[in-house]
Design a binder for this molecule. Structure first.
Ligand code: ZN
Length: 321
């Protein structure tokens, strides 16, 4: 009888998932089954090196959740757009927020008197997709976001690969062989994201059109996909090159860690089948024969909610609530 009561109590426990982005901070109150009871967001205050953000996170939680519910909160998982120290205490660096060596975990815990944990935002999104999204029920996957940059998260045996310096799954910075010299935001040359992000894709198209002395009214990913659908030769060539670069990088990872699924998220994935199908085909050229008949490529399902789900799940998995 006692045990039953305990587990019932645990079922009632709640977690807060927080996803800190460059423009907004998303929050969700989630139960241990992964049902969102309440979600909200606030703008990211990047003034004065982002120094107000920790206090604004705490005060937003206090003002959005009533006192009785706040007592039921088991913990807070926080996804951060940057690197976390190996002990999970400190944000080593978050470029977009202008943070360096910020003891965010302690700050939040002291403000709210609730246990907190930190993880990288792309790794949070990967966990979110595993818990409640496209990779539900899976334990081994490669999560890839194709947006302004290329982000990623690797999950093996149900655990996210954070690495020794919280840079695990930073697949956007895989070096690519090219005759070009594309400078990456990380300081590297010809990183995957300089070719396979939305920006990289647009840059490739612009270079191609310049070469051909052709001009389009606007070069955007939707425009390029439209031209591909119309069988435009230049667009086809650029798209094929984009797919080759991306597929070679992804196949390198899949052949190394042998995951069963690739989940694609981010703005570019929004076109759906017109990206997923050709990518899958291209991947078949590079995926190891033993894996080839078994792997799948799927579109992420949770969109902007992936991070809050994953951050909450990370807390749950670390603390076995
Ligand atoms: Zn880079």
């Amino acid at each position: 009888f006692c045990l039953g009561e305990v587990s019932l109590k645990k079922l009632n426990k709640k977690i807060i998932g927080v996803d800190i982005g460059g423009t907004s901070i998303k929050f969700a109150l989630i139960d241990t089954q992964g049902i969102i009871e309440n979600k909200w967001s606030i703008p990211t205050n990047i003034s004065e090196k982002g120094k107000f953000i920790p206090a604004e996170i705490s005060s937003s939680i206090r003002s959005s959740i009533n006192k009785d519910t706040l007592k039921e909160i088991e913990g807070i998982g926080i996804g951060v757009p940057g690197a976390i120290s190996s002990d999970g205490e400190i944000v080593v660096r978050a470029v977009n927020l202008d943070w360096e060596q910020l003891p965010l975990k302690k700050m939040i815990q002291q403000e709210l008197d609730i246990e907190a944990c930190l993880l990288n935002d792309a790794n949070a999104a990967a966990l979110g997709e595993m818990w409640k999204g496209a990779a539900r029920g899976r334990k081994n996957l490669l999560f890839v976001t194709l947006g302004t940059g290329v982000g990623g998260g690797i999950i093996l045996n149900g655990e996210v690969l954070n690495g020794c310096h919280s840079a695990g799954g930073e697949i956007g910075h895989i070096p690519i062989r090219s005759d070009e010299n594309r400078l990456c935001g990380c300081g590297g040359i010809n990183c995957l994201e300089t070719f396979a992000s939305a920006n990289g894709f647009v840059l490739s198209m612009r270079k191609k059109l310049d070469q051909l002395n052709v001009s389009w009214p606007a070069i955007t990913p939707p425009n390029i996909f439209e031209k591909v659908a119309q069988n435009d030769e230049a667009a086809n060539e650029v798209f094929d090159e984009f797919l080759t670069v991306l597929a070679q990088a992804l196949a390198g990872i899949v052949n190394t860690i042998d995951v069963e699924e690739i989940i694609l998220g981010g703005g570019l994935s929004e076109v759906g089948a017109s990206l997923l199908e050709p990518l899958k085909k291209k991947l078949e050229n590079y995926i190891f024969p033993q894996i080839r008949p078994h792997f799948s490529v799927k579109k992420a399902l949770l969109g902007n909610d992936a991070g809050v789900y994953g951050a909450a799940y990370y807390y749950l998995s670390k603390n076995a609530v």
